[in-house]
Design a protein around this ligand. Structure first.
Ligand SMILES: [Zn+2]
Length: 330
């Protein structure tokens, strides 16, 4: 490890690092020495010195000093090991969001079995098949532990912020939520988090939701069932309906609409039949737009107050749903 540390410090001079962090400095008068305001404590007169030849800093105000790694420890509140991981990450080629989202999905998947309340919630929503839970990579975000996990893996805080996994105070975005990863073109592009309690709404990370859910698996099917929620998707899959996709809400984005129109097919619109009629209104508008593009549509009419998830949770079975499909109106 000692060799790695030396290599890292050589590859990344302290002064360069500080300047990347917008540290403003002027020559201190001595050979290769610079002075500026201390990034580690509040001050108005510069007392933070960097010796660029020795690759060391010292602050006469707060008395802190050391090398690059010590500076990272102090400024980012990381351990020695975490600081090394952080620097390795920073100097590595840029990690894209799909990589970190995959890592997060795997971490949340591991948590699921450790939290009985999460498994009970899935059970209550009618999702119980372990093979399906694994296939959809369903996980659980207990909250308060993601940032630590990812930092230890070498991901930098700025990336986590940028991807929307933590807020500006560094707190996990998802607390106490069942999590479904959403992929697009084989890359994880977002996470859907469903709160166990009713008090908090379901939500995505603040980033694009991508295309239709698991579209690659059904894009060649002549008939596709479209549902609006992931719990609808899960129970229908469990009941044996696999020519299935999900729009993750009643409003389709441009990419999702294009996907539905990219081939001749019949789309079975299976949106909520809710009291305010918003699901059916959305289905009607979508049917109209799809037909204008030459796509056949059928509206599946669930009993009033139902979405596909309720339908199965409240005792509906595959045979009954099949007859709803067969009775679906153009
Ligand atoms: Zn200082």
């Amino acid at each position: 490890m000692g060799g790695d540390v030396e290599q890292l410090k050589q590859r990344w001079p302290l002064l360069d690092y500080l300047q990347q962090q917008n540290w403003a400095a002027r020559p201190a008068g001595y050979d290769s020495e610079f002075v500026g305001l201390c990034p580690l404590h509040q001050e108005t007169r510069p007392s933070f010195y960097v010796n660029a030849r020795k690759n060391l800093f010292y602050c006469h105000g707060c008395g802190q000093g050391g090398d690059l790694i010590r500076f990272v420890e102090l400024s980012r509140h990381l351990s020695f090991r975490q600081s090394l991981a952080y620097l390795a990450q920073q100097s590595a080629p840029a990690v894209d969001s799909a990589t970190v989202l995959n890592e997060v999905a795997a971490f949340y998947q591991e948590q699921l079995d450790r939290y009985p309340e999460a498994l009970r919630y899935l059970e209550r929503r009618g999702v119980h098949d372990p093979a399906l839970i694994k296939k959809l990579r369903i996980g659980y975000a207990p909250g308060g532990c993601l940032r630590r996990h990812l930092t230890a893996q070498g991901y930098c805080f700025d990336l986590l912020r940028q991807v929307g996994l933590v807020n500006s105070q560094g707190r996990d975005t998802f607390y106490g939520r069942v999590v479904f990863p959403c992929s697009h073109g084989g890359r994880t592009v977002n996470l859907y988090g469903r709160s166990l309690g009713d008090a908090f709404a379901h939500r995505f990370l603040p980033r694009p939701k991508g295309g239709l859910y698991a579209w690659e698996q059904v894009r060649h099917c002549p008939e596709v069932i479209l549902v609006e929620g992931l719990f609808d998707y899960a129970v229908l899959w469990q009941a044996g309906f696999h020519h299935l996709t999900c729009s993750l809400g009643t409003h389709l984005n441009a990419c999702q609409f294009r996907q539905l129109c990219d081939n001749q097919r019949t789309v079975y619109l299976t949106f909520d039949v809710d009291a305010n009629g918003s699901g059916q209104q959305a289905a009607q508008q979508l049917a109209y737009r799809l037909r204008a593009r030459g796509i056949a549509t059928r509206r599946v009419l669930l009993p009033p107050g139902h979405d596909p998830n309720h339908f199965f949770v409240q005792g509906g079975d595959a045979r009954q749903f099949q007859s709803l499909l067969e009775g679906a109106q153009p």
